[in-house]
Design a protein around this ligand. Structure first.
Ligand SMILES: [Zn+2]
Length: 442
């Protein structure tokens, strides 16, 4: 057995506990949580961690991340992405399939599953909905599910919208509500696909082709209609507009099985940040929207219309990000600072709720594995947090990516709160910043 002593547990319902507690666990589950004052005689714990002064969170869960493996491993790979995730406090990550080749067959899934063994975080895969993510022919769901039921988390053509209504309908029917279809809901006309910025005053000012809010709203509307008709489970990825949220809110009320996520950038950044200067660091898909949309995302998250925060960690190389705004790759990296930003802006309890508890409850529902809570019987995944304000150091990144955001456009640093100092996954220390006293016995 192992023990973490004297920590202040953070949970989704009451936030930071007042009292100090000890967590006793093995590699399978949390066995007991007791008040540190009622400490038992120092038994022979295999690992004995004194977490005095630290907060203990359930391990963070990201259901939308790009580790670029295979095919673009100069940007990130499963190992560097996982190390970055563990350093950022994550213990479970879902990787998207827009790799090269795309993740669309048992053969390639099995390669990723094999490569993911022994990594510091638990990797789930969202395989493609259609072969090659091309939008013409469905993958073999039955074959993939039969073989990899415990490795996959929904299906997605992320990066692209699945335009064909019939294919969406058939995929939802095939999956029968047991796995979600994760949709990149952005129904763009051909010209707008080249767009790099939200369509509006800012795109006009810079004379750039815009990606419209309507493209997302129409796609969300279609997704909901189809899901409703066939009684399937649709999950909207990186929602970014007010009207999409209005539609999702109504659909939820009507009993449609629709869930959605928001990225940190759509919560706190808007296209106003690009008004003065087109900074390639802020180019993302879907684009940063208006302030009104940004504020709607924040209220949607607080009111529960948005289920979870997912990072859309999208690493790129220096070369790809240093081109002009119009020509550079879209995406922001988030694995190592998303928790700190959310906690800084919204507090620890909220971070716990939307980055661990709620995504964890989806895993419980899908697989019956108990993630996202520090409670007896749950999976022993922990993140020990030092309650300090900090900023991300570009020299200490585990990620290969060049596109973290360290400063806002006005030059002020991106302030973070709560620094992960140790991450434990399945009862094993997978990240250690070296600040804690640990005793290893036997
Ligand atoms: Zn996407």
């Amino acid at each position: 057995m192992k023990i973490i002593r004297n920590c202040q547990i953070v949970d989704h319902s009451i936030g930071v506990h007042n009292s100090r507690e000890d967590i006793i666990f093995n590699d399978e589950e949390i066995i007991e949580i007791i008040d540190s004052n009622n400490r038992r005689n120092d038994g022979n714990f295999e690992i004995d961690i004194n977490a005095d002064g630290l907060l203990a969170f359930p391990g963070l869960i990201d259901i939308h991340s790009h580790f670029r493996d295979p095919g673009e491993t100069h940007k990130e790979d499963l190992k560097s992405g996982s190390n970055a995730a563990a350093k950022g406090g994550y213990t479970t990550v879902v990787v998207m399939p827009n790799t090269h080749p795309a993740i669309d067959s048992p053969d390639i899934i099995s390669k990723i599953v094999n490569k993911s063994r022994g990594l510091p975080v638990r990797i789930f895969i969202a395989p493609c909905i259609t072969l090659g993510r091309k939008g013409f022919e469905l993958v073999n769901f039955t074959e993939i599910i039969n073989e990899f039921q415990s490795n996959i988390f929904g299906f997605s053509d992320d990066g692209d919208y699945l335009r064909d209504n019939d294919l969406l309908s058939r995929s939802l029917i095939d999956l029968d509500g047991k796995f979600p279809i994760l949709d990149h809901a952005e129904d763009l006309e051909k010209e707008a696909m080249e767009g790099s910025i939200n369509e509006g005053d800012v795109s006009k000012k810079h004379n750039l082709v815009g990606r419209s809010a309507e493209a997302e709203i129409n796609a969300v509307k279609r997704d909901i209609e189809v899901a409703k008709k066939v009684n399937g489970w649709i999950h909207i990825q990186h929602v970014s507009t007010k009207k999409s949220l209005d539609l999702i809110k109504k659909a939820k009320k009507d009993g449609v099985r629709v869930t959605c996520e928001v990225s940190p950038h759509h919560l706190f950044f808007s296209d106003k940040m690009l008004e003065e200067r087109l900074n390639p660091a802020y180019k993302v898909n879907p684009p940063l929207r208006s302030e009104k949309d940004m504020n709607a995302c924040l209220s949607g998250l607080k009111s529960g219309v948005i289920d979870v925060i997912a990072t859309d960690h999208a690493p790129h190389s220096q070369e790809e990000k240093s081109k002009s705004f119009k020509d550079c790759s879209a995406g922001i990296s988030w694995m190592e600072n998303s928790f700190g930003l959310i906690s800084y802006k919204l507090g620890y309890q909220f971070a716990c709720e939307r980055m661990s508890y709620y995504p964890g409850s989806i895993f419980s529902e899908l697989f019956g594995i108990k993630l996202g809570q520090l409670a007896e019987g749950f999976t022993p995944d922990f993140t020990l947090i030092s309650d300090v304000e900090w900023t991300l150091d570009h020299l200490s990144l585990e990620s290969k990516s060049s596109n973290y955001i360290f400063n806002y456009p006005d030059g002020s640093p991106v302030q973070l709160k709560g620094k992960p100092v140790m991450t434990i996954m399945n009862g094993k220390i997978v990240f250690n910043a070296g600040e804690l006293s640990i005793k290893f016995n036997g």
